[in-house]
Design a protein around this ligand. Structure first.
Ligand SMILES: Nc1ncnc2c1ncn2[C@@H]1O[C@H](COP(=O)(O)OP(=O)(O)O)[C@@H](O)[C@H]1O
Ligand SMILES: [Mg+2]
Length: 228
């Protein structure tokens, strides 16, 4: 599903963010990526959806070797991936419905299919009744639920989330986790970078710990394991 072999990333400014990572994430797994700030978590996951390219090494996602992926094919590749960010990244002038529909319109789905599917995913995240609102009318947790709906609307095989609960209070964070768990239970692979010790230690899943651009720990049903 996701495979990295001897992957390193040196940014143009000379910062060495990832130093020789080899890892395999299988279909249906739920993986937390933990580690101190600046450890390389975001770089690690950005390379999975080709936001960044590795300097050396190879990456295969959903059977596609990313080094061989032409730029023109990137949108098609991303259709099989959902991405969720800490700061939601919703389009402020669009309604909840439009924000989610947008992800389907760019892949030229039929309007009737779009309406049906968008309402389906909004129902899954509990926001069908707020479809006509705009992001500023929603709480942070609700905005994150919209962004999760957007990430799954094209039924991707993998959802990649970079600190999705980073801006949310503990109770709201748990609501978000329940939704991600439900999505994972339906078969979608989830890779989630997080600083949330409480979630990692309670909702036991595979933990990949990164420090200084290296994997320092990789455990099934792992613990958060840091003092920060
Ligand atoms: N676009 C970039 N250009 C240069 N250096 C970067 C860039 N993005 C991240 N870095 C550096 O790479 C290292 C890893 O960053 P990052 O992957 O964001 O870590 P984390 O998500 O674990 O906090 C840090 O030293 C950071 O400053
Ligand atoms: Mg980060």
């Amino acid at each position: 599903m996701i495979e990295m072999s001897e992957v390193s990333k040196i940014y143009p400014n000379g910062v060495s963010a990832i130093n020789g990572i080899t890892v395999k994430i299988n279909k249906g797994e739920f993986v937390y990526v933990v580690g101190p700030s600046g450890a390389g978590k975001s770089t690690f996951i950005k390379m999975m959806y080709r936001e960044e390219k590795p300097t050396t090494g190879s990456i295969t996602v959903n059977g596609i070797q990313l080094s061989k992926l032409r730029n023109t094919k990137v949108p098609l590749f991303r259709r099989n991936l959902g991405v969720v960010f800490q700061d939601f990244k919703l389009l402020p002038t669009l309604t909840v419905f439009e924000n989610v529909a947008f992800a389907m319109e760019v892949v030229e789905e039929h309007p009737k299919d779009i309406k049906k599917r968008v309402m389906e995913v909004l129902d899954l995240v509990g926001l069908k009744h707020k479809a006509r609102m705009v992001p500023t009318e929603l709480s942070g947790g609700e905005q994150q639920r919209v962004s999760i709906a957007r990430s799954i609307v094209n039924s991707p095989q993998v959802v990649i989330a970079d600190e999705p609960t980073g801006n949310l209070d503990p109770e709201t964070s748990w609501e978000i986790m329940n939704i991600l768990e439900e999505i994972n239970n339906r078969g979608t692979t989830i890779v989630m970078a997080t600083h949330n010790r409480d979630i990692v230690n309670n909702l036991k899943r595979r933990v990949i710990a990164i420090d200084n651009g290296r994997i320092v720990r990789d455990e099934q049903r792992g613990e958060y394991g840091y003092e920060y």
